[in-house]
Design a protein around this ligand. Structure first.
Ligand SMILES: [Zn+2]
Length: 68
């Protein structure tokens, strides 16, 4: 499995999975859309255990969403 690569300062549709076996969310996948890539490094934290989740996929949004 390869880690998604992000271009900086763009919006993505990201799928992340909680791999913290001690967490109630373990093994579950979560969609983050839109997800901003910031400087090209994306960290999605689990809302329960606050651990960074494993990023499974990232699809560049086309068109990019309007930022208000
Ligand atoms: Zn968790």
């Amino acid at each position: 499995m390869s880690t998604p690569v992000f271009e900086p300062a763009l919006w993505y549709d990201v799928t992340a999975r909680d791999d913290n076996g001690a967490c109630a969310n373990a093994g579950q996948e979560f969609a983050v859309n839109p997800c901003y890539s910031n400087g090209g490094i994306v960290v999605v934290e689990c809302g329960l255990c606050r651990q960074p989740m494993t990023l499974i996929s990232a699809v560049l949004l086309d068109p990019q969403p309007e930022v208000s």
